[in-house]
Ligand binder design. Structure first.
Ligand code: NAP
Length: 259
């Protein structure tokens, strides 16, 4: 089974499947961070880097006799999900997608939802935005546009330094989660943050920043998930991924001959 990874849950699933007889997961990752976390698998069950497009991924599936694909990439990694869906169809093998349930706002704490990072920048620049001190946790892509937010001080939290230079109004906090509620609360309080810009990655690990924002009355600008291909099989827990994988290994039952 090819597991397209890049999330904590993908690593958990890979390790769980590797512990089962009859299953041989291969975990694939392409770089977002310079030192990504990898599942504990033998080196020949780990691969790094892109395949070279959907057609090349289909060839990989066929040439390596992959039996099934589990797309457990980050919900904002849209391109690889489209490639995986197309490649699995070409190779005529099953595919499932693991997606963390999206976050929803707590009652009484509505978010300002935007379609993309540009939408978040527009919202910050709007004349009625009550945003002066902003924490950004949406990743390091598309940071140039924040130079437009001249009325705000911005802190970008990221695992790695962005490739492009920081706009003059932005400072970098290099740190890697997960962060507990206390740490998130302290950070927002120490910096007197009034606005959090984040993307709807979902999952428990990243939700503490939303709880801290709620408790401190920090407004939330939420970048919504991109649309992805609709998979025939959708999985939202590590255990369901195991159940799906095991169902593929189940031997067909032999029916007794009709008398
Ligand atoms: P993307 O835009 O959907 O994909 C860009 C290209 O990267 C794909 O076309 C593919 O290259 C390659 N790729 C992506 N994921 C791959 C994987 N698991 N194995 C092999 N190749 C892969 O992806 P992205 O947003 O740059 O994310 C890259 C990786 O970081 C993913 O594994 C994702 O799960 C992880 N990640 C992403 C985010 C995010 O916010 N986007 C956050 C955390 C982690 P080819 O076309 O050459 O095959």
């Amino acid at each position: 089974m090819l597991i397209l990874g890049g999330t904590a849950e993908a690593r958990e699933i890979a390790e769980l499947l590797a512990s089962q007889p009859y299953l041989r997961p291969v975990y694939s990752l392409a770089g977002r961070t310079s030192s990504p976390r990898l599942p504990k698998l033998p080196p020949d069950q780990l691969r790094r880097g892109g395949f070279g497009g959907a057609q090349a991924l289909a060839s990989y599936l066929i040439n390596h006799r992959v039996a099934a694909v589990l797309d457990a990439t980050h919900p904002f990694a849209a391109q690889i999900s489209f490639h995986a869906a197309s490649a699995a169809a070409q190779a005529n093998i099953p595919i499932a997608r693991f997606a963390r349930p999206a976050w929803t706002p707590a009652p009484g704490h509505p978010w300002l939802c935007v379609a993309d990072v540009d939408g978040a920048i527009d919202a910050l620049c709007a004349s009625d935005a009550r945003a002066a001190r902003v924490l950004l946790t949406h990743g390091t892509k598309q940071i140039d546009g924040f130079a437009r937010c001249r009325g705000q001080r911005l802190w970008l939290r990221a695992v790695d330094r962005p490739v492009s230079a920081l706009p003059p109004n932005m400072q970098l906090i290099l740190d890697r989660g997960p962060f507990d509620l206390e740490a998130e609360t302290r950070l927002m309080r120490d910096l007197a943050i009034d606005t959090l810009v984040t993307k709807n990655s979902g999952g428990d690990r990243g939700a503490t920043k939303l709880r801290a924002a709620n408790a401190l009355g920090v407004q939330v600008i939420m970048v919504e998930r991109p649309s992805l291909p609709a998979p025939s099989i959708q999985i939202d827990s590590v255990q369901s991924a195991l159940a799906w994988a095991l169902s593929l290994t189940a031997k067909p039952t032999v029916q007794p001959p009709v008398a």
